[in-house]
Design a protein around this ligand. Structure first.
Ligand SMILES: NC(=O)c1ccc[n+]([C@@H]2O[C@H](COP(=O)([O-])OP(=O)(O)OC[C@H]3O[C@@H](n4cnc5c(N)ncnc54)[C@H](O)[C@@H]3O)[C@@H](O)[C@H]2O)c1
Length: 374
């Protein structure tokens, strides 16, 4: 597999939570999939030379730099991978695109849809391949859910419920951070983006939204002894009407005490239903109204080699994939798209679409009433 392939040299910006998962993705993908390229960990950038040098040594990059522009300027680097805070995505991505590099960027693509549009249009004009980190869509059990919906196994789809709830912002003493940025911050943008992406992945385009977003923790420590007012939402909810005629709802909540990764959905059809929780993401629960009276109930379908690409990771069913495996799948799909073998699975234009949904929910919450998606 790896070894004799053309090399794709990666420059990673940011080495926090997501930076590390991207490195796992690049490390595992060539060992799991037959990729068109051999990804090479070329250079890593962080805020300081010391942070970057430490990350280069720990994560296996040849070089470290305290200036991300070094990655942009390096003609050896083919792909720029952005896992820095949201407000930096646009400047970094536009610079990488102008230098003719492919760009892999974490979600949300940019704080504002107008910025995301500029990024998508720049990438399309330059002909570079892009990818946004909507990793939950790489789960084979979501692929199975969509397959079952499309095949009509649930009958006519009548309603949808989605939620992305965690508690990483539940502590009111946690300092103001990039996720509270008044431009583009908040729970809806941060994790509601995942819930909206999953809703559209499963049921197709959302036509209209009715939003209600609330700031619950009104101020946070500013890190220098004072406090800073919070304008962004801690909880964002939206009712949805899909193009297909079904209706539903999503909730984004980062103060959901006790919840660690409740990226969940339920789909109700005329013949059956599906239920899924990311906290047990190797399972999909299916209810069939065709089961006999007295025999009905949600059955648990466990992930296994029948659910591609699970079998590439493990030959045995029920042994389970992990979060970093989803990143390996995301990397592998992106490599195929860069080689021109497949369309980009979730490019900047798809990232723009999610930003538009988020902004439309916010507008509806502020101004009231149902809002059509532009
Ligand atoms: N796809 C997902 O499931 C998922 C999950 C968490 C976070 N994210 C996204 O990933 C991004 C990063 O989030 P995180 O949780 O990893 O944050 P983090 O704070 O853990 O990491 C951010 C990194 O960027 C670095 N950085 C900051 N400013 C920089 C600069 N000017 N130059 C270079 N590096 C700089 C920081 O030092 C740190 O290493 C965000 O956009 C976030 O929304 C996605």
């Amino acid at each position: 597999m790896a070894g004799s392939k053309p090399r794709l040299r990666v420059g990673l910006i940011g080495t926090g939570f997501m930076g590390k998962t991207h490195v796992f993705g690049f490390a595992a993908a060539p060992r799991v999939f037959d990729l068109p390229y051999e990804p090479v960990l070329h250079t890593v950038a962080d805020r300081t030379e010391a942070l970057a040098a430490g990350a280069a040594a720990a994560l296996g990059f040849a070089n470290g730099t305290g200036d991300w522009q070094t990655i942009i300027a390096d003609p050896e680097i083919d792909l720029v991978d952005i896992t820095a805070p949201n407000a930096l995505h646009k400047e970094m991505a536009l610079a990488a695109i102008a230098a003719g590099k492919h760009v892999y960027c974490e979600k949300p693509l940019a704080p504002l849809a107008a910025d995301a549009r500029e990024m998508a249009e720049a990438a399309e004009a330059a002909g570079v391949k892009t990818q946004v980190g909507f990793n939950y869509l790489c789960n084979p059990m979501l692929g199975l859910a969509r397959e079952m919906i499309e095949a009509g196994e649930l009958g006519e789809i009548r309603s949808y419920r989605g939620v992305h709830a965690e508690d990483y912002m539940a502590d009111a003493a946690a300092p103001f951070g990039f996720r509270n940025d008044p431009v583009g911050g908040g729970a809806l943008a941060d994790i509601g983006s995942h819930a909206l992406a999953t809703a559209e992945y499963l049921l197709g385009p959302i036509a209209e939204v009715l939003g209600d977003c609330a700031t619950v923790i009104a101020s946070r420590p500013d890190g220098s002894g004072g406090s800073r007012a919070v304008e962004t939402d801690d909880v964002g909810r939206a009712f949805l009407r899909f193009d297909s005629g079904g209706t539903g709802s999503v909730e984004a909540n980062w103060i959901a005490m006790g919840r660690k990764m409740q990226h969940d959905f339920e789909v109700y059809g005329s013949k059956g239903a599906l239920a899924f929780s990311q906290e047990r993401f190797n399972e999909l629960h299916f209810y069939s109204a065709a089961d006999g009276i007295g025999r009905r109930g949600f059955r648990r379908i466990e992930a296994g080699p029948d659910h591609a690409p699970y079998g590439r990771f493990c030959v045995a069913p029920g042994h389970q994939l992990g979060f970093n495996d989803l990143k390996a799948i995301e990397v592998a799909r992106y490599m195929d798209a860069i080689a021109g073998n497949t369309p980009e699975p979730f490019n900047f234009r798809a990232g723009l679409r999610i930003q538009q949904l988020v902004e439309t929910v916010h507008r509806s919450s502020r101004e009231g009433g149902w809002r059509r998606i532009a």
